[in-house]
Design a protein around this ligand. Structure first.
Ligand code: ARG
Length: 458
């Protein structure tokens, strides 16, 4: 490509360190689309003759058909997908291929291709996350009234409903999708036509190429456009945040599927065996989702460190932008699909959840609240009275709602038998009707709202 200037070819190591074709070939569709938009514009502006443009467009389609049929070869001598495609085009149509690169540089070309690739990745991820939300909504609806222990510090705190717990993850995923969409909106400007760094003297039409590629318009500064990778960093930021959420959900499954918890069992499809311990059913997929969050976060850090301190405009360091984005996207896609499959097919052991919810004096707050509400006791005093009731129940090794009324009245005589209405776990969860609370009625409302939001997207 630059043969005019050099007498000797590059050393083998130079070739190896320089080549990005092993990974940037993943962008071949975007590269073809960008080239077609550019060629069409060159024709419309009279920069390249119409006949030549027609030849170039046919040739690009033929190159694309070869890629689709045979894959893209790792031709290190041709360095990257942009040069490979141009060389293949020349094989097909001869020297006319050389007109395609008029008023263009690989710098604006790669910036354009990569934006298109990340935009596609965001759209795929968004759709997959919508599917995960659907799975969470369906299981939450099924378990709107299933009682489970709610934890703080992983200590039994107050009973909650499984539906409420699952909808917590639905809400996290909703925010993740919002972040991906925000990133997409800012990304959607076309760098094409910024050329190497300074723009071009040819009478190009940047609005036309932007529109042809589905961008909202052209970027406004050529130096920024060829060296901006914010869109990739924003994608990775959203991906890392999403992966963190998935890792928390995965961790719940690791805990729930363990024998001491026994809250859920994963279907055979989502369990693995042990080569030595025949009884084992391991939650490997959940553990790997938990692990992948670390790798995805690493991808974000990798690109941020690559970009740090780079002066304007393009520097070859920026070629290292793609592997972390491609890697993170692949890991996230797998993680979302695995969590969706686990949610869809898990069996929740609601009997066991209820049994655990009934231990640990989980309705102690309900007793304190009852004293405040029914007997006008200040909350701090009610907290103290309840603490004594818990200590008494603990010494008798019984649940709070199994304490005889007489024993409760000995602790505080303002207590009467109506208190038993709030000491059972069902009564406890049913009473938490504040907006956003765990009461089954509220969970059903949240499920309905979430369904309506999904419906509105379609
Ligand atoms: N393969 C390169 C990349 O991914 C394309 C841009 C090369 N530009 C250049 N001036 N060498 O960044």
């Amino acid at each position: 490509m630059w043969g005019g200037r050099f007498a000797e070819g590059p050393s083998a190591v130079m070739r190896a360190i320089n080549a990005s074709i092993p990974f940037d070939k993943q962008m071949w569709r975007q590269d073809i689309a960008g080239s077609k938009a550019h060629a069409t514009m060159l024709g419309a502006q009279g920069i390249v003759e119409a006949d030549d443009v027609a030849t170039i467009l046919t040739g690009l389609d033929a190159v694309a058909a070869d890629y689709a049929a045979d894959g893209v070869p790792d031709d290190l001598a041709l360095e990257d997908i942009h040069m490979l495609t141009e060389a293949r085009l020349a094989d097909k149509i001869g020297p006319v291929a050389g007109r395609l690169h008029t008023a263009r540089s690989r710098n604006d070309q790669v910036a354009t291709d990569f934006r298109l690739w990340v935009r596609d990745a965001i759209d795929q991820t968004d759709a997959a996350l919508g599917g995960l939300q659907d799975a969470l909504i369906a299981r939450a609806d099924e378990h709107a009234a299933s009682v489970m222990p709610g934890f703080t510090h992983l200590q039994s705190a107050q009973p909650v409903t499984l539906g409420h717990h699952l909808m917590a993850y639905h809400d996290m995923i909703a925010r993740d999708r919002g972040r991906f969409r925000d990133a997409r909106a800012r990304l959607n400007k076309s760098p094409l036509g910024s050329a190497a760094l300074a723009g071009t003297g040819f009478p190009i039409d940047r609005d036309a190429t932007a529109a042809a590629l589905g961008f909202d318009g052209p970027t406004t500064n050529s130096l920024d456009a060829v060296s901006d990778r914010d869109f990739a960093i924003e994608y990775l930021t959203a991906a890392a945040q999403c992966a963190l959420h998935l890792s928390r959900l995965a961790e719940e499954f690791v805990l729930w599927a363990s024998q001491p918890f026994g809250f859920a069992s994963l279907s055979d499809q989502w369990s693995t065996g042990s080569s030595i311990m025949p009884q084992k059913r391991n939650p490997d997929a959940a553990e790997l989702v938990r692990g992948h969050a670390g790798r995805i976060t690493g991808c974000l850090v990798s690109l941020m460190v690559t970009m740090k301190g780079l002066p304007l405009a393009y520097s070859k360091d920026m070629q290292d932008d793609k592997p972390p984005v491609f890697e993170a996207h692949g890991l996230l896609e797998l993680s979302v699909a695995a969590m969706t499959g686990m949610i869809d097919s898990a069996t929740f052991r609601t009997d066991r959840m209820r049994q655990v919810a009934e231990t640990g004096f989980s309705t102690a707050t309900d007793l304190a609240d009852w004293l405040v509400r029914e007997a006008g006791v200040p909350f701090r005093e009610a907290h103290h009275i309840t603490g004594r009731a818990v200590a008494h129940a603990e010494s008798l090794k019984v649940r709070l709602d199994a304490l005889p009324l007489g024993a409760l009245r000995e602790i505080d005589e303002r207590i009467d038998r109506r208190v038993f209405d709030v000491l059972a776990v069902d009564a406890s969860v049913a009473s938490r009707t504040s907006f956003g609370g765990t009461a089954p009625s509220r969970v059903r409302e949240a499920v309905a709202a979430a369904r309506a939001a999904r419906e509105a997207e379609r």
